[in-house]
Design a protein around this ligand. Structure first.
Ligand SMILES: Nc1ncnc2c1ncn2[C@@H]1O[C@H](COP(=O)(O)OP(=O)(O)OP(=O)(O)O)[C@@H](O)[C@H]1O
Length: 521
């Protein structure tokens, strides 16, 4: 099969695997309540976590509840495939993988097959697993005692019946996320308390909840992480974390107690990461405080690497024209032309959804102004998106709101622009993730001083000089020669090198014609 056909099929599969027809929750409720034959009523409730049908006796009210309460991104992962499984025995990860390989959508890869075997075992254990009930927070009618009510203490150990989780690490583009999604998507709908989440988004949510818990506790003090762990465990006892990484001391400090709390409440997880647990938060501030988290991961997870050696993002790499360089008047005019054609295709469209200056969008109570946008297309200069102290939360919000982004005037970044370079990488991650985890059609146009892959190139490092063997091998794997992308002494720690290499890999994929074609569907 030629590469383009292969990729088109793959992208279609990705949509099939990951996206739902965009129905409203009300529509879904109607579909589900009218068409699912309700088997014998289950004694379970979403919060108690008991009694799954395991593909035999599904409780439609639970399914409805989980869908009705989902946010749009999570709702999007409830797909046709899953809905059709309501009537059937659940299809296992092995079987689903076989089907996808047979239909030519996925390539057969022995390394991935080894991991599928592990996911299959875990999946079978999860289906048999009956998570312990999550104790209710003590409440009382009095306002004071409600305010000061405490979550019951977190159990001291994980339930003996809880299966060990899977921690899957390896190089970029080797299929970790795809495999984790295969596991998640084949969980039967009877397992309603499940969540698939990108690690950035999870931590943002956790920080918000911890902040809220602290506010509720007021001056009485207490541990705000315990009630958060309890609430999270109540919402989902099967958690899939994509791209676990720890670069931030604030995350490092809360992760141990949060993870411990989740695990001891009976939550089981699949985690993907580019790093072995021993290499997480390497060289981080107060790393010694993080060591117990590493030990926890190693003891409660089967840690396994996906040493596939193939970066599937490299297949294929036909570039369409979404990146423009250098910053000449002709290229500027070209970018303006595309922006105008997407924002004002007809006079009526321009009236109905006009380009607005400084549209406010709010995240975390802060307001970010989008310089130029319609409801679907936004345009920033590099300075506007990376020259300000914006965070992953802001970038996720931007990608959540707009399906098409224009970033203009991206300069070549050296040591003097290190912070901006880091933000740009975070931004690329947010763009890539919003495509992967939701079904928002998504496109990015960039104008840059030098070819997009060379924006991180640092002349002072010299072409190919000052580059570690490790970085060279990551680049080789990505098919990016230091001559093509330049070397960068700017990125020193292992985490940064990975993030940099991954950003280059993702830029390649986001510049491919197949990416653009899927985005415009
Ligand atoms: N066996 C395969 N056949 C075809 N496509 C594949 C295969 N494995 C993975 N892919 C595709 O390759 C791309 C990269 O895979 P994926 O995102 O799962 O990699 P990853 O290891 O999670 O990368 P990263 O560490 O950068 O997040 C995806 O579009 C994925 O669907």
């Amino acid at each position: 099969m030629n590469a383009a056909r292969f990729s088109a099929l793959h992208q279609r599969n990705r949509l099939l695997l990951q996206t739902a027809p965009l129905r409203t929750a009300a529509q879904s409720r109607r579909v589900l309540t009218t068409s699912i034959p309700v088997a014998s009523p289950s004694s379970s409730s979403p919060s108690s976590g008991h009694g799954h049908g395991h593909g035999k006796a599904f409780n439609s009210s639970l399914a409805v509840e989980s869908i009705a309460h989902s946010d749009p991104a999570e709702f999007a992962t409830i797909n046709q495939f899953e809905t059709s499984q309501m009537f059937l025995e659940p299809i296992s990860p092995i079987k689903q993988h076989e089907k996808l390989v047979q239909s030519g959508v996925l390539r057969s890869d022995p390394h991935q097959i080894r991991i599928i075997g592990k996911l299959q075992r875990f999946w079978e254990q999860v289906l048999k697993y009956d998570p312990p009930p999550i104790p209710e927070a003590k409440t009382s009618d009095s306002l004071m005692s409600r305010l000061f009510s405490r979550a019951p203490p977190v159990p001291e150990t994980a339930p003996a019946s809880a299966p060990k989780g899977l921690y899957l690490y390896g190089d970029v583009g080797t299929g970790k996320t795809m495999l984790m999604d295969l596991f998640y998507q084949t969980l039967p709908p009877s397992i309603t308390r499940k969540r698939r989440v990108h690690f950035h988004a999870f931590m943002i949510d956790a920080h918000k909840r911890i902040h809220a818990a602290k506010m509720t506790m007021g001056h009485s003090g207490g541990d705000p992480i315990a009630p958060v762990a309890r609430d999270l465990a109540k919402e989902a006892y099967v958690l899939c974390f994509d791209e676990f990484q720890v670069t931030d001391i604030a995350d490092a400090m809360i992760l141990r107690r949060l993870l411990e709390g989740l695990i001891n409440h009976g939550v089981v997880c699949v985690i993907t990461s580019n790093r072995h647990p021993d290499d997480l938060y390497k060289n981080g501030i107060q790393r010694s405080s993080f060591i117990p988290t590493i030990e926890l991961l190693k003891s409660r997870f089967e840690v396994t690497d996906l040493d596939s050696g193939t970066d599937y993002r490299r297949i294929p790499r036909v570039l369409s024209h979404v990146y423009y360089h250098p910053l000449t008047p002709e290229n500027k005019a070209e970018i303006d032309k595309i922006f105008n054609s997407l924002t004002c295709p007809t006079p009526t469209a321009a009236l109905q959804d006009p380009v607005i200056e400084n549209r406010p969008i709010t995240t975390w109570g802060r307001t970010l102004h989008v310089p130029l946008s319609t409801s679907k297309v936004a345009r920033f200069s590099f300075e506007e998106i990376c020259g300000r102290p914006l965070s992953a939360a802001d970038y996720l919000e931007v990608t959540k709101q707009f399906g098409t982004l224009f970033i203009t005037d991206v300069p070549k970044m050296g040591m003097d622009k290190k912070d901006m370079a880091r933000r740009f990488i975070t931004f690329i991650d947010a763009c890539y993730e919003s495509k992967a985890s939701s079904c928002i059609s998504y496109l990015i146009f960039v104008s840059s001083e030098v070819p997009i892959y060379q924006i991180f190139s640092d002349e002072s490092a010299g072409s190919g000089k000052g580059i570690s063997d490790h970085m060279r091998s990551v680049m080789d794997d990505l098919g990016l020669s230091p001559e093509a992308v330049g070397s960068s002494s700017m990125f020193s720690g292992d985490e940064e090198i990975f993030a940099f290499a991954r950003a280059c890999s993702r830029l390649v994929q986001m510049g491919s014609r197949e990416w653009a074609e899927t985005a415009s569907q």
